[in-house]
Design a protein around this ligand. Sequence first.
Ligand SMILES: [Zn+2]
Length: 140
Amino acid sequence: MAAEHVIGAVAGAASLVGAVTGAISGALGTAAKIKEIAEKTKNIELQEVVIELRSKLLDAKQEGLTLREENERLNAEVSRLSALPEVQFRSGLYYKKVGNEGPFCPGCYDAKAKLVHLTDISIMEFGAKWQCPSCQQPYC
Ligand SMILES: [Zn+2]
């Protein structure tokens, strides 16, 4: 199923981001050692190059942290989407497959992955039978 594929991809990306940020931390440690050597040998040119290298590695580390945050957000979204109950589309509206509960708003389910109970407005509104309390869409 597509959701399982996405869950696997998100978990793989999290592992990759962890490996990359770990490698960058290791490289920062190496850069610190090079800086010590450059200071001991009083090599100004090497000291400047190491400072530039550290700056670029810190940028890369920040990018890795941003990727980790994005990955955590996607992971939460996948969990939310995979927790949605299965529905079936009948006569233009959604109903839960188990228990036949419904109807639910097709617009909200399709666009926002939200199950919104439709309100029965058949007494108040001539022509429409249901209305979504979230997006206000009327349905017959
Ligand atoms: Zn709606």
